[in-house]
Write a protein that binds this ligand. Structure first.
Ligand code: GLA
Ligand code: ZN
Length: 666
């Protein structure tokens, strides 16, 4: 189960079950022409392969698997458990979910099973087991795809009972639980485990984003993530009864909030994810998601889904412009993917996704722009298998942490503008624009390979975090911290004694107060060289406790007090950014931090291209991509090298238009 695949998997979700057999035959011809070598099947077929509680019918799936095996596909075989069959919900209403408002659902939709329903668990694992028994020894099965885009929440009675069990295990005593949730506040003290109810709109929840008690709500998030993870493990283990070898995955969703993907990845053989940028998503954001997905295991991942052309579920489902799908695919490979898979291979005739892009559109022909682009990419990927398994090597790490994601966004105050991923992306973008490779890392990972670590809005400092960060800096690392850090512990109770709590020594500052500025209100930061830059949203009012000020506030009653600081700690340094700075100011601070930390860069020259490299035994593969409107010239250091995509030598002064890509082996 080490390594990934023998070739770059190229294909995607394929639903022949929705089509007549005559169409299957044509599909095989089209796909071959496009160099498609992989198909993800059986994603939503539960009702077909188990038409009733007592009967299973694999006859059609047998035919699909036979056909794909004959054609030498790498099959990604899904377990179909992401949408309940109608008969199950009718006979066992408990298999459906109860939503945040407390409404128990009827049959409908997908991703609709209560994770703690014993009936769902029984039939989902039985199905996975049957599939593994039947197909597990087929050498064409390249990967198991459990369920689909796990997510959502359930607030039913089964979940409530399971939550109490989960809490008992975590806290042991009610005293510990009352203390952790600070239930003395509003006199919510619990005297019996059965008094605990799930935090939704009927109880401690206000909206799904707000809560009266973050302690219980964060614990519910952890519990829900764990409950659904148990569903995954259950199917995985069922598969393992018959198939000990084949990789097992489930498709994740980038920065999806609901599941602690670092915890999940430990249970997965390989990470896979679905990349659906909107028409206006910055390329740096997509790159960050890839780096996060790679960071979950620190290994190459699968791109399980992307659309070849457009989506249906965004507000504005723009077409991908000519060359855009190809460039997006190379960005994905550049950041560590070993597969490029689409949703989907043939566009559905009905249902809410009928306008979702596909390799074969409703016209039913390969004579389309989209198909030609898919074919071109397929032809190119066939030549690039040396890239498989190569690694991205970064010396900048950015800490991403789901507990912090949940906790920060539950805080009532100081500003509703504060969101987790946006803050992380601000920092990511700085490194991205300079072609400084980034690993998105967990707080408890191995920091030793990084020269610079950014831990934006590290609001919740859990046990062990302080020590890990101090150790990194002591040994010479450069750490970047920001406002809203070190404030609470693992249950959202404040670390008393002054912000940033356990990070106070490390940062060398004491934050006495936090001002919130309304939209449109601004302060400014004034650097020691006289440069000024606007800032807003939050302004920490702080005292220096060993740190030096890099910039002071320019306005208001705290004008002249420090806004951004640097502290020497052991062999290293800590930058503390106490306010939301405009780009120019923030980048000036980060320039200094990078100058001090000296992380490796893909190249010394500055360029508007994205340049991301993967290293392996056969060399270093540098992906040069132009995501800018303007033409960019190829940096000098690549001149004279061969572009693997064209076989041509890169000439001096060569230019790249928007969406042009080169892969240069160094
Ligand atoms: C998700 C799902 C697919 C499909 C696509 C459409 O990624 O996994 O089944 O619905 O979205 O974009
Ligand atoms: Zn439930």
């Amino acid at each position: 189960m080490s390594g990934t695949f023998k070739r770059i998997l190229y294909g995607g979700d394929y639903n022949p079950n929705q089509w007549e057999k005559s169409v299957w035959k044509k599909d095989m011809e089209y796909f071959k022409d496009a160099r498609i070598n992989s198909a993800t099947v059986n994603v939503f077929s539960w009702a077909k392969i188990q038409p009733s509680e007592e009967t299973y019918d694999f006859s059609e799936l047998d035919e699909v698997i036979d056909m794909l095996s004959r054609e030498n596909y790498d099959i990604v075989l899904a377990t179909s458990t992401a949408a309940l069959p109608a008969w199950m919900v009718k006979r066992y209403p408990e298999t459906a979910r109860t939503d945040y408002e407390g409404r128990h659902h009827k049959f409908g939709q997908r991703h609709n099973a209560c994770p703690n329903s014993p009936v769902y668990q029984k039939y989902a694992s039985a199905l996975a087991k049957k599939l593994a028994e039947r197909y597990g020894s087929n050498p064409h099965i390249a990967c198991w795809h459990i369920n689909n885009e796990y997510g959502g929440e359930c607030y039913c009675e089964n979940c409530e009972k399971a939550f109490r069990v989960w809490l008992r295990k975590k806290y042991q005593t009610l005293e510990a639980l009352n203390k952790a949730w600070n239930l003395e506040f509003w006199g919510h003290t619990i005297y019996d485990w059965d008094e605990i109810v799930l935090p939704n709109a009927l109880s401690e929840g206000i909206t799904s984003e707000q809560t009266a008690f973050a302690g219980i709500s964060i614990d519910y998030k952890r519990f829900n993530s764990d409950s659904i993870l148990e569903n995954f493990k259950m199917e995985r283990d069922a598969i393992r009864c018959f198939d000990k070898e084949t990789l097992v995955t489930t498709n994740l969703m980038g920065t999806y909030k609901g599941l602690d993907y670092f915890k999940w990845a430990k249970e997965m053989d390989i990470v896979s994810w679905d990349n659906y940028p909107g028409y206006d998503t910055p390329w740096s954001y997509t790159a960050m998601c890839h780096d996060l997905m790679r960071g979950l295991k620190g290994k190459p991942f699968m791109l399980m889904e992307q659309t070849p052309s457009q989506q249906n579920w965004q507000p504005y489902n723009s077409l991908k412009r000519p060359g855009q799908m190809r460039a997006q695919s190379y960005q994905t490979l550049a950041h560590g993917a070993d597969t490029i898979q689409f949703f989907q291979l043939r566009r559905s005739v009905g249902g809410c996704e009928k306008f979702h892009g596909a390799v074969i559109a409703h016209a039913g022909t390969s004579d389309t722009r989209v198909f030609r682009e898919v074919r071109q990419l397929g032809q190119e990927l066939e030549t690039l298998s040396d890239i498989l398994g190569t690694k991205n090597q970064a010396e900048v790490g950015i800490i991403f942490d789901w507990d912090n994601y949940w906790a920060l966004e539950y805080t009532s105050g100081p500003s509703r503008e504060l969101t987790y991923v946006k803050q992380i992306h601000e920092y990511y973008r700085y490194f991205y624009d300079r072609n400084l490779g980034v690993d998105m890392i967990p707080w408890d990972g191995d920091f030793s390979r990084y020269k610079v670590i950014a831990a934006p809005v590290l609001y919740m400092v859990k046990e062990g975090m302080k020590e890990a960060l101090e150790d990194f800096v002591k040994k010479g690392g450069v750490l970047i911290l920001t406002f809203m850090s070190g404030i609470v512990g693992e249950s959202d109770n404040v670390h008393l004694g002054g912000y940033p709590g356990p990070l106070r020594d490390l940062a060398g500052v004491w934050v006495e107060e936090i001002d919130a500025l309304a939209p449109g209100q601004k302060n400014e930061t004034v650097f020691s060289d006289g440069t000024r830059a606007e800032c807003g949203m939050l302004c920490d009012l702080m005292h220096l406790e060993g740190a030096e000020s890099l910039a002071d506030y320019g306005k208001d009653f705290y004008a002249g007090s420090p806004a951004v600081t640097r502290n020497t700690f052991g062999q290293g340094a800590v930058y503390y950014v106490g306010t939301q700075m405009e780009e120019e100011g923030l980048f000036k601070v980060l320039d200094q931090a990078v100058k001090e930390g000296q992380p490796a860069k893909a190249l010394q020259e500055s360029t508007g291209l994205e340049i991301t490299c993967r290293q392996g035994e056969k060399g270093s593969f540098c992906f040069l991509m132009n995501f800018k409107e303007e033409v960019q010239s190829v940096p000098e250091c690549f001149v004279g090298k061969t572009d693997l995509l064209t076989g041509r030598t890169v000439e001096p002064g060569e230019e790249m238009k928007k969406f042009d890509v080169k892969i240069v082996k160094m």
